[in-house]
Design a protein around this ligand. Structure first.
Ligand code: HEC
Length: 133
């Protein structure tokens, strides 16, 4: 037998779930810092594999999809997922995980247990990619 108020609680619960997931999907990082990380050849290294808008062709990779339009193809949550663990989406992916630290091979001792990006850097890169529409 449903409790009085059960339906209202369900409606509020569904509303909360919807608004929380929408909030989780909104990029909260700094897109300018993200752009610098993506173009950087010492930190993000995205340009080793990807073409990135605004980066000279001679300094871009051709091993991976052009990141132009990535923000139109993917939601912020999907972009985040791609950076956190590309192998979960494509087990043979060339793309490194920017947040995972376990199950990796041939990690230099000084880098062990340290993800490529910290949580803020990840959010900054997601915010930048989301602008690539
Ligand atoms: C060693 C190569 C490599 C590096 C470095 C790399 N990626 Fe990738 N990335 C790939 C490949 C290959 C794919 C295609 C999907 C797959 O094979 O998993 C991909 C896919 C993607 C996608 C989805 C592409 C699309 O729109 O269809 C995004 C977004 C992305 N990468 C962002 C980045 C960002 C941002 C960085 C740097 C922080 C980065 N990648 C670094 C190889 C790389």
């Amino acid at each position: 037998m449903p409790q009085p108020g059960g339906l209202a609680a369900m409606v509020v619960g569904a509303w909360l779930a919807a608004t929380t997931s929408a909030a989780a999907d909104a990029p909260t990082g700094d897109a300018t810092r993200g752009a610098a990380l993506v173009a950087s050849r010492s930190q993000g290294l995205c340009v080793l594999c990807h073409a990135v808008p605004g980066v000279p062709a001679s300094q871009q990779g051709t091993l991976a999809p052009d990141l132009a339009g990535a923000g139109a193809r993917w939601s912020a949550a999907q972009l985040r997922e791609r950076l956190v663990d590309p192998e979960r989406l494509n087990p043979g992916s060339l793309m490194p995980s920017y947040r995972r630290t376990d199950g990796l091979q041939r990690v230099a001792p000084a880098r062990q247990g340290r993800p490529l990006f910290d949580a803020q850097q990840l959010e900054d890169v997601v915010a930048y990619l989301a602008t690539l529409k």
